[in-house]
Design a binder for this molecule. Sequence first.
Ligand code: URA
Length: 442
Amino acid sequence: MTGERAACQGGGVSVHSAVDVIRAKRDGGELSDAQIDWVVDAFTRGEVADEQMSALAMAILLRGMTRRETARWTAAMIESGSRMDFTDLPRPTVDKHSTGGVGDKITLPLAPLVAACGAAVPQLSGRGLGHTGGTLDKLEAIPGWQADLSAARMREILADPGIGAVVCAAGADLAPADKRLYALRDVTGTVESIPLIASSIMSKKIAEGTGALVLDVKVGSGAFMKRLDQARELATAMVELGLDAGVKTVALLTAMDTPLGCTAGNSLEVAESLDVLAGGGPADVVDLTLALAREMLAQAGIDGIDPADALADGRAMDQWRAMIAAQGGDPDAPLPQAAHTEIVRAPATGVLTRLDAMGVGLAAWRLGAGRARQGDPVQFGAGIEMHFKPGDPVAAGQPLLTLHTDTPEAFPAALAALDGAYAVGELGQVAAGQVILDRIGD
Ligand code: URA
């Protein structure tokens, strides 16, 4: 039953109706706490119809929500499922969330590094959709590794100081209202609402039970937020939601005009993360991992420990091996490799002036590294190796990129995505390659 009659469901006559709530927001009004609680709950129970929630999402996209409305909306989405609680663990909990970027494998070295420094890292994560990869897809490239864990096993791993970090799939009971709403937003042109993005991300992170959170809000061609002012607005909204819910929260705004590191694709990114954990790896990945680790330790109240030491002396690598083994993975098993490769060569001698994140992400996705629809399989070995970063000198004919796939018929579409995504020119044409652009929070 839907529409006006839905107001009479749920064990009594409700004073609310979906149409009234939609009209109120459509006309620029501020929704009351009671209206928000009711509409999210009734939607979760199936009493507010998908088309009504879609109309409300569009009204919110066009009219916005105040800080109070956004906080209440987030609380109602958390209430739609269960909330985990790790306050009894002997170590402080802290997590990191990235809004998604190309080559963003930072969680892989970061979670064990922060655990090696004394915090517990509970991360409920998702699979990738579209041109940015998902952390679970990357970890699933490791033979044997399992994303699904019971809450009891998750707690056991977090309590073990030799492991202390867990990255696993969010259960169906974590903010179920968000899952249904996100699916509607995806097909109704309402993803881009800042209050809806902020409440969607933060409802899941708050329900996950972390005591502190560091947000990595990506800005640039390969990110959700293309402009710094939009990213700042989103970061501010998320930091406010975290603080309002009692989670210590801070955000870094970081560049996503060019891919992070030198790989995009599941196995390739695991291999690069292992280089970082072994004390090497690309400078931008190492710098961002350390910057986020320092923020996480500060938010967790852990002072006097430099995460660079834990990377250099192998403690983070030991923690990684324990973390992978705890979820059934074999840290020594060879990673899947794609059956076919194709090389893109430098068209001229000069300096690589441009390597566009969106072009590389799209090409990796077309090679099979990502999925078009939820539930599609991914190719673990597919993706792109980048042999140069913007600013590097290159000689005509040198390999710039190596494309990997099991399905060689994908090469033309991937090469088309790379058309115009890279350029070789003169040194003066390269923009400064700063990764951390701003910080929001105390
Ligand atoms: N990621 C989410 O989880 N929700 C959004 O709305 C956007 C990105």
